[in-house]
Design a protein around this ligand. Structure first.
Ligand code: NAD
Length: 297
């Protein structure tokens, strides 16, 4: 799917911002995200080389004249892979695409004296184009030396969002680790309740269908990737416990039959959401309209 849509760009390709840079070496380039980025660099006219796990005996040869090195290996191997890199050319841009940013950025800065930048594509490898997708940028060192690369990513269609690695990792706790964790628990609950998914789909309103899709899609993906995202961040446990406290609070209202208390809490939360609540209602309304149009059955 992805291959076809990118292949169709092939006739025109993308503008090449820095034709004189040396080869782009993608460490982990046979992986899902690595393949997507190799394709984008190739379609933009760069020479791309892959250094995957069985290629380390050729590492010196592959990296000796590298202009860019992209690290995109499983989260738990990222630091050791960065440490394993031989000395890179001084001007070479070293970057990673890992879903967490603090540890990889620190490892890159410690192992390369040249330009360093941490990126996190906020999308999976199955996107058909980068249009409107977000890439988080955590600056490392010598920003002016990799401006061209950020421009190249903009040309692929993505929007860049700058953040510090600490800010990024903290936000990811909520938008990724906790969201995946709660989806995981909900999926587990559906299984234990022996939910009849077919029947649920027949009965469900569009919004519930969307929610089921959000949960169900998790289990069409890689257990290891989500395991890594949830387990590799030290704060996840504390966050999950706080979430349990909120759940317990709501459960107590239910146990006490305290509907008034529930409604009062509801109003407090609504106040806290403020104008965002209306914005979210409007946005989800539009999503539901198009989700309904795109239903597969
Ligand atoms: P993947 O398992 O598909 O690819 C990883 C690749 O790394 C594989 O080709 C593997 O052979 C290679 N590899 C493993 N150990 C290696 C080593 N020691 N040396 C060289 N290569 C090695 O994983 P992926 O989903 O492409 O994820 C890669 C990175 O991208 C992760 O850091 C992940 O956090 C990040 N990321 C993934 C997604 C996603 O949705 N898949 C989204 C954003 C960021």
């Amino acid at each position: 799917m992805m291959r076809e849509s990118y292949a169709s760009e092939n006739d025109v390709g993308f503008k090449c911002i820095n034709p004189d840079v040396g080869p782009v070496v993608i460490v982990g380039g046979n992986g899902k995200l690595g393949s997507l980025f190799s394709q984008l660099f190739r379609l933009s006219g760069y020479e791309v080389r892959i250094l995957d796990k069985n290629d380390w005996d050729r590492a010196d040869e592959l990296l000796s004249d590298a202009g860019v090195v992209v690290v995109t290996v499983p989260i738990n191997h990222t630091a050791e892979v960065i440490e394993q890199l031989p000395r890179l050319p001084k001007e070479c841009v070293l970057l990673d695409l890992t879903s967490i940013k603090q540890a990889p950025l620190a490892a890159m800065l410690a192992n390369h004296a040249g330009p360093v930048v941490g990126l996190h594509p906020m999308f999976g490898p199955d996107v058909s184009s980068l249009a409107k997708q977000v890439v988080v940028v955590c600056h490392g060192r010598f920003e002016e030396k990799y401006q061209w690369l950020l421009e190249q990513i903009r040309i692929w269609g993505a929007r860049l969002h700058e953040a510090s690695a600490a800010e990024h990792d903290q936000a990811m706790q909520l938008v990724q680790a906790m969201r995946h964790f709660t989806a995981f628990v909900y999926g587990s609950h559906l299984r234990r309740e022996r939910a009849d998914l077919d029947q649920l789909l027949q009965f469900s309103s569009p919004i519930y269908r969307l929610e089921l899709a959000m949960v169900g899609r998790l289990f069409a993906q890689d257990a290891k990737l989500y395991g890594d995202i949830i387990f590799s961040q030290p704060d996840t446990l504390a966050r999950a416990r706080h979430y349990m406290d909120r759940y317990q609070e709501a459960l107590s209202l239910l146990e006490a039959g305290d509907q008034e208390g529930f409604e009062a809490l509801f109003d407090d939360i609504a106040d806290w959401f403020g104008d965002f609540a209306t914005q979210f209602r409007n946005e989800s309304g539009n999503m539901l309209l198009s989700a309904n149009d795109n239903r597969s059955e």
